[in-house]
Design a protein around this ligand. Structure first.
Ligand SMILES: NC(=O)c1ccc[n+]([C@@H]2O[C@H](COP(=O)([O-])OP(=O)(O)OC[C@H]3O[C@@H](n4cnc5c(N)ncnc54)[C@H](O)[C@@H]3O)[C@@H](O)[C@H]2O)c1
Length: 242
């Protein structure tokens, strides 16, 4: 399968390029705004994996619709209109979108959903994430996935999260789900979901040790998406966890 990498010069893009052949994928277009990279896709591209910048997504996914080829989105930090463009594209082509492509995090999402349901509202949910100093968006897409899973486990809407705290915030209301983003050094990606009760505290932790975990998952998703019908799929679908 001939593929294009969006964001090919980046940390993830270079890792995808290195691993692609091992998944039977041939990288024929390496797209990036950096010097020496392609500005578009060659004829005959059969699938795209995107770890670039969210602002570039609507135009790129529209081109995938025009060509009728699958699109795997690793890029995070999409705003509402960018997410709407993704949803519209998924009516015509298979799109896989995940804030995290590692097996471990996708398992963690399931564990968080179960823990949130089992532990009940008297256990306060706090999520902390840490990433390297170069990461541009906050909180991480993974932290948002975890927050949504926790909300789902509690049977509440997946919005209204608290992002950090400052000043005279008052007592913590029951049912709040808060997210905290730390940045520094070369941390690939750490996530902790805390369930803090009166008598005990449960912490579920994931630490990524290499970007390879994300890149391999995204390439696996692209192979999986080939030949699927249109739809917006997640890594849960790819891994058969759904
Ligand atoms: N879903 C996951 O599992 C996962 C894992 C790691 C990173 N990410 C996300 O992937 C994205 C990239 O992460 P990274 O660490 O590789 O970042 P990076 O900054 O190292 O790489 C991004 C690349 O995209 C390029 N780029 C910017 N605008 C572009 C455009 N208009 N067209 C084409 N290329 C463009 C940049 O020049 C850069 O080379 C981020 O959104 C990050 O949060 C997701």
């Amino acid at each position: 399968m001939k593929i294009a990498i969006q964001g090919a010069a980046g940390r993830m893009g270079r890792m995808l390029d290195t691993l692609a052949a091992g998944f039977g994928l041939e990288v024929v277009s390496r797209v990036d705004v950096a010097d020496g990279y392609d500005r578009g896709w060659a004829e005959g591209v059969e699938g795209v994996v995107d770890f670039s910048h969210h602002s570039a997504l609507p135009a790129a996914i529209a081109e995938a619709v025009r060509r009728g080829i699958p699109y795997v989105i690793g890029t995070t930090g999409l705003d509402e209109s960018e997410q709407a463009a993704v949803a519209a594209a998924a009516e015509s082509i298979p799109v896989v979108q995940s804030g995290n492509y590692s097996l471990g995090v996708n398992l963690l999402v399931e564990l968080v959903r179960r823990a949130a349901a089992a532990l009940g509202p008297e256990y306060d949910i706090e999520i902390a994430e840490m990433h390297h100093r170069h990461k541009k968006d906050a909180p991480s897409g993974t932290a948002l996935m975890l927050a949504k899973a926790a909300a789902d486990g509690r049977g509440r809407a997946a919005d209204g999260f608290v992002y950090g705290r400052r000043g005279d915030v008052g007592e913590r209301p029951e049912g709040e789900i808060a997210i905290h983003a730390l940045r520094g050094g070369s941390v690939v990606g750490d996530h902790t979901v805390m369930f803090a009760g009166e008598l005990e505290r449960v912490e579920l932790v994931h630490r990524a040790q290499s970007r390879e975990a994300f890149a391999a998952g995204a390439l696996k998703a692209l192979v999986w998406a080939k030949g699927r019908g249109p739809g917006l799929y997640s890594m849960r679908d790819v891994l058969g966890l759904a």
